[in-house]
Design a protein around this ligand. Structure first.
Ligand SMILES: Cc1cc2nc3c(=O)[nH]c(=O)nc-3n(C[C@H](O)[C@H](O)[C@H](O)COP(=O)(O)OP(=O)(O)OC[C@H]3O[C@@H](n4cnc5c(N)ncnc54)[C@H](O)[C@@H]3O)c2cc1C
Length: 402
């Protein structure tokens, strides 16, 4: 893969980003360039099977202490003064080369880590420690076959029946990242009609995980159903309290949405940089594509949008880092706008590359093209962790009230 110029280094000026976060950006970029980028074509040519999970990259992220980034020193985390901003910048840099790797990171520590932060120290610390060291793989299971956007108590059907010393869980979750590999899951259930979050160890009888789904993109990231067939869960595995499940789920998704917005920015920037490189090189009618004003204006608009989307996720993250549990409307804006810019820029990039944009690999000489893959990868984030319509609904609530 030929390296392209990182245009953002010339034209985006970050304000209010601490030097320690810029140092982290450089560290993640080096890892992504040297270790992620070379394996992406093979990983994304593969299909969704356990063998296609990038386990070596997962272990390297643990070794590099990336999973500690969202956590405070007293949780044995990295102790950044702006942990959400740091984790989001990390997501942007990973997604620049692979949204598969970014979403694996997101699921492990941004989502599952956040859900655990609502638990008592006795429950939280052992799971958090195993999650940060990479010893255990985590997942978060909220969605069900008939409950996606709508996770109200009347829609959720996974039930935890009290047994005296805990619960018996029965139901089915859908599209759960890492379900087929996970050691534990933070699961949204209903206890006597009240939404509740439990930590459930995945390696036990009564849990069935069917083969991974086949997706449009992100083939190294595995999603599956989880079927709970009367699974016993100890009382101690309750996060916070019965009835707090929706609050925990929304708190978890708040962090996830900021990080997913950042991943959209990463993909947009990658598609943008590839486009600029191609436009400067591709000749027609005696000039380059870069000299055509139609495309110059298009790229000027996209550069503005990418810059705005980056500033928006910075702002949401920084508000969260000041202690705001639900920094709205910035979180919803960062998620919807960042992922929309990612998908829009990726579509433009395919067009700019012409026929080469539609190719993943040229048969004649084995050249790999990135923009086709970015196009496929950029669609998922417009859907997961709350669709973009749900984000707009949340922004509208801030405008018009409930
Ligand atoms: C790759 C991938 C990974 C995922 N990983 C996980 C995971 O790890 N854990 C997990 O729990 N879930 C996961 N999900 C599930 C994801 O969060 C849901 O797909 C998403 O919330 C949408 O739910 P749904 O698919 O049921 O769509 P639906 O809720 O059926 O929505 C269908 C359409 O209706 C629209 N809609 C819904 N409500 C409104 C409204 N009020 N106004 C206007 N339009 C509306 C939606 O925007 C959408 O366009 C994943 C999904 C994908 C694709």
């Amino acid at each position: 893969m030929q390296p392209v110029e990182r245009i953002q280094d010339r034209i985006h000026h970050s304000l209010g980003v601490p030097p320690e976060v810029e140092e982290l950006r450089a560290k993640v970029r080096k890892f992504a360039e040297e270790e992620v980028a070379p394996v992406v074509p093979q990983m994304e040519d593969g299909v969704e099977e356990v063998a296609n999970f990038p386990g070596h990259l997962f272990r390297r992220m643990a070794e590099l202490d990336f999973f500690r980034v969202p956590f405070a020193s007293d949780e044995n985390g990295a102790g950044y003064s702006t942990p959400m901003l740091a984790a989001s910048v990390l997501m942007e840099e990973l997604a620049y080369f692979s949204n598969t790797v970014a979403v694996i990171y997101d699921c492990q520590c941004v989502l599952a880590g956040r859900a655990l932060q609502y638990a008592s120290p006795e429950l939280k610390m052992p799971y958090l420690s195993a999650l940060m060291s990479g010893e255990k793989i985590a997942c978060v299971a909220i969605t069900e076959p008939e409950a996606g956007s709508d996770v109200s108590p009347s829609s959720v059907t996974t039930v935890a029946e009290p047994t005296g010393d805990g619960w018996k869980v029965t139901g089915r979750k859908r599209f759960i990242i890492n379900a087929c590999l996970a050691d534990f899951a933070c699961v949204l259930v209903k206890v006597e009609g009240r939404l509740t979050m439990l930590v459930i160890d995945m390696k036990q009888d009564g849990i069935v995980v069917p083969p991974p789904d086949r997706k449009m993109g992100m083939h190294g990231c595995l999603t599956s159903d989880i079927i709970f067939e009367g699974v016993r869960v100890p009382a101690a595995n309750l996060i916070w309290q019965v009835g707090k499940g929706l609050r925990i789920a929304l708190g978890t998704l708040t962090r996830g949405r900021i990080a997913v917005g950042a991943s959209g920015v990463g993909m947009a920037q990658a598609a943008f940089d590839e486009s600029v490189g191609h436009m400067k090189a591709r000749q027609m009618y005696g000039k380059t594509l870069a000299e055509m004003q139609y495309w110059q204006f298009k790229l000027a608009e996209r550069a503005t949008q990418i810059s705005m989307a980056r500033d928006m996720y910075y702002k949401a993250a920084l508000r969260h880092d000041t202690g705001e549990e639900f920094p709205e409307p910035e979180t919803a804006m960062a998620k919807y706008y960042g992922t929309q810019v990612g998908a829009d820029m990726a579509r433009d990039a395919v067009q700019i590359f012409g026929g080469y944009g539609f190719m993943s690999r040229l048969g004649a000489d084995d050249t790999n093209y990135r923009v086709e893959r970015i196009y496929r990868e950029s669609k998922g984030p417009e859907i997961y962790e709350g669709t973009n319509e749900i984000q707009k609904w949340m922004i509208a609530r801030q405008i018009f009230g409930r």
